[in-house]
Ligand binder design. Structure first.
Ligand code: COA
Length: 173
């Protein structure tokens, strides 16, 4: 629950098209500090159904549609990208600076783990610099050679390919 506002109400929900600009802005802000990969609008639109967002829905009037009241505050995002029969990658996890360390990242990861379980996935991978956070969430670090080849296809699209500082981690179901 964001403590900045006593009436705040944390909601984790699937992303919709109108979230794209907030996602783009947040992800690329962290990408500028080399904390995550940059993403363009085409990637976000094409993969919007992968994305989950955290919003403060305080003031949300349950009788109005979301677009009618538009009072959600965007706090963060994450995404679940399926790569093969039994595994997926958790990507683009980011919480807005002012709302970090309040349990929101944890809530998004728990949502994505639940979705992965419902999809009957066996392995959820992520590449990250935030290893302590993911360890806390039940992920374990893997050596590069222990990661499935499909993940390397994704890696080959990454600007950090020849200079990778991220750790591959996995959550096993
Ligand atoms: C990493 C990140 C997603 C964590 O989100 P968050 O909302 O701040 O994390 P939470 O508050 O849910 O933390 C849950 C637990 O993880 C641990 N944790 C959180 N951030 C941590 C960090 N930076 N280092 C070590 N442990 C951390 C804590 O133990 C915390 O539990 P506690 O609050 O009871 O101590 C967030 O800091 C972020 O957006 N960072 C910038 C982008 C980024 O690095 N993304 C990573 C993946 S690509």
């Amino acid at each position: 629950m964001p403590a900045k506002n006593a009436n705040a109400r944390l909601t984790i929900r699937k992303a919709i098209i109108s979230d794209v600009e907030d996602i783009l802005e947040l992800v690329n802000r962290f990408a500028a500090s080399n904390l995550m990969l940059p993403r363009g609008p085409q990637y976000i639109y094409e993969n919007i159904r992968d994305f989950v967002v955290a919003v403060d829905s305080n003031g949300f009037d349950s009788h109005a549609t979301r677009s009618e009241n538009g009072r959600e505050r965007f706090l963060g995002c994450g995404s679940l990208h399926i790569l093969w029969r039994d595994f997926a990658e958790l990507r683009a996890l980011a919480i807005s600076e002012a709302y970090q360390h309040m349990g929101i990242g944890k809530a998004i990861v728990e949502f994505i783990i639940r979705e992965s379980r419902e999809l009957n996935l066996k392995f959820l991978y992520t590449f990250t610099l935030s290893t302590a956070f993911f360890k806390e969430m039940g992920f374990t670090a893997k050596k590069k050679e222990e990661l499935p080849p499909n993940l390397w296809v994704e890696c080959s699209r990454c600007p950090k390919f020849f200079n990778c500082d991220e750790v591959g981690m996995v959550f096993e179901f």
